[in-house]
Design a protein around this ligand. Sequence first.
Ligand code: NAG
Ligand code: NAG
Ligand code: NAG
Ligand code: NAG
Ligand code: NAG
Ligand code: NAG
Ligand code: NAG
Ligand code: NAG
Length: 426
Amino acid sequence: MLYSAVISYGLLVAIGVNAQSQSNSASASTAASGSISSSQQTSSGSASQSTIPTSTSDGNLILSGTAKHTTTALTGTRNETTTSSNTSSTQTSTSITETPTNVTPCNGHPLFCDRKYGNITEVAAHNSPFIRPGTAAANQALPVEAQLDDGIRLLQGQIHFVNNTPHFCHSSCDMLDAGPITDYLGSVYKWISTHPYDVVTILLGNGDYTAVEKFVPFLEATGLVQYAYIPPKIPMNITDWPTLGSMILSGKRVIFFMDYEADQKLVPWILDEFSQVWETPFDPIDRNFPCVVQRPPNLPDAETKMRLALINHNLNYEISLLGNSILVPNIPLLNITNNVTGFGSLGVNAQQCTEKWDHPPKFLNVDYYNVGNGTVFEVAAKCNNVTYAPERPCCGVAASDAPRALGVNRVLATAVVALLAGLYLS
Ligand SMILES: *[C@@H]1O[C@H](CO)[C@@H](O)[C@H](O)[C@H]1NC(C)=O
Ligand SMILES: *[C@@H]1O[C@H](CO)[C@@H](O)[C@H](O)[C@H]1NC(C)=O
Ligand SMILES: *[C@@H]1O[C@H](CO)[C@@H](O)[C@H](O)[C@H]1NC(C)=O
Ligand SMILES: *[C@@H]1O[C@H](CO)[C@@H](O)[C@H](O)[C@H]1NC(C)=O
Ligand SMILES: *[C@@H]1O[C@H](CO)[C@@H](O)[C@H](O)[C@H]1NC(C)=O
Ligand SMILES: *[C@@H]1O[C@H](CO)[C@@H](O)[C@H](O)[C@H]1NC(C)=O
Ligand SMILES: *[C@@H]1O[C@H](CO)[C@@H](O)[C@H](O)[C@H]1NC(C)=O
Ligand SMILES: *[C@@H]1O[C@H](CO)[C@@H](O)[C@H](O)[C@H]1NC(C)=O
């Protein structure tokens, strides 16, 4: 059955084959988008592609490929302003029995293509680059490619300069140096360029309050800047954001935020975090996870509701030694912290925030997202009002020393070392 449908203001046309196999599957999981990724650059490929309009002209962006059960394509004009057609005028269904439906997942779910970026909850990997096994300075177990494969859509990490080169370092490069940002972001580039239906946010922590221009050549070297989204106004409120489908068609599907020293007049594609996003308290140790604003300070409630919310649901515990205190990820409680229900869980926290601020949080920032067998993605699916039905078990293959294997004694031992170094870890 061949059909087509306009799903987004007439800009986005989906053509599907085999409508009855249309999948309502994974919410935050991206197995489907992963499997269609390889055909982005090609204009021929699967047998059924003869039914899909293709174009190689610069003005058109054609994304096509073969998912597990369906062959789909998103087509549209790259230059949105020249498109005058809309839903009613461009609908060209060739089927009278099927309701036209988009079957191509955007960030893992077909429904998200037509939803605004600000209206989709996503799971964020707190300190995404810090995966060194067996150290209390790590916050994740799996490398960034696995994070993205599993459905993480915000990557966050703090940057410090080492000999004029920015590195992802945890608090200090003496503690955990994950290498030059170009290494990690180069991996992100590879993933982005092979996953044409995915929109990814990168939150850069400017650990040394370095001038934003200093980052530009390094970010340009990663290749990611070609995908960088430049907003039409400054700042963007929660409803200003475009749909994922429109970002995908325009090719501008990487959103860079920087916590401090962003200057959008100078570098328009590095967005200032705290004029558009707010955060709950960082390094939380309170299992109630109060859904209050810590940054930016003194934000009025009415303003808060107009911005994207990032909730820090990465539980720490405080170790006091010799009158000093340090914070380390609370690994023993991870499976409860990441859970869908129960005291201290991500699910309860997200629900509280939804009630307090009238809409679900945009980003769920968690440690060791892989602990809980996908529960963090189940929470996001609940926020998004879609069914959580992953096509494969979550989550990717862990590095040799998974967090569950990291005993408390070892955490404490590492923490003591950290204390001697005089550092906070989270
Ligand atoms: C859209 O295309 C027209 C004509 O090709 C061009 O003049 C205009 O600048 C383009 N707009 C954008 C936003 O690219
Ligand atoms: C679509 O076109 C109709 C008729 O021209 C118009 O009334 C309607 O507002 C348009 N819708 C959108 C979303 O542009
Ligand atoms: C999206 O918007 C709808 C309508 O305002 C709202 O009910 C829903 O909670 C929002 N979802 C998210 C994840 O923001
Ligand atoms: C966001 O700004 C637009 C103007 O760009 C305005 O129309 C809209 O009401 C604002 N949304 C909210 C939630 O304040
Ligand atoms: C949660 O993890 C701890 C170890 O970190 C383990 O002892 C406990 O059995 C786990 N609970 C469940 C219900 O899996
Ligand atoms: C997580 O919540 C589920 C119910 O949603 C419960 O069955 C399970 O025991 C909880 N896991 C932990 C580790 O508390
Ligand atoms: C993990 O999640 C999958 C999919 O939600 C489920 O089928 C499986 O039973 C879960 N495994 C465990 C050990 O909870
Ligand atoms: C959630 O989805 C169901 C259908 O799956 C719909 O009936 C309901 O209105 C949706 N709720 C919201 C808040 O969008």
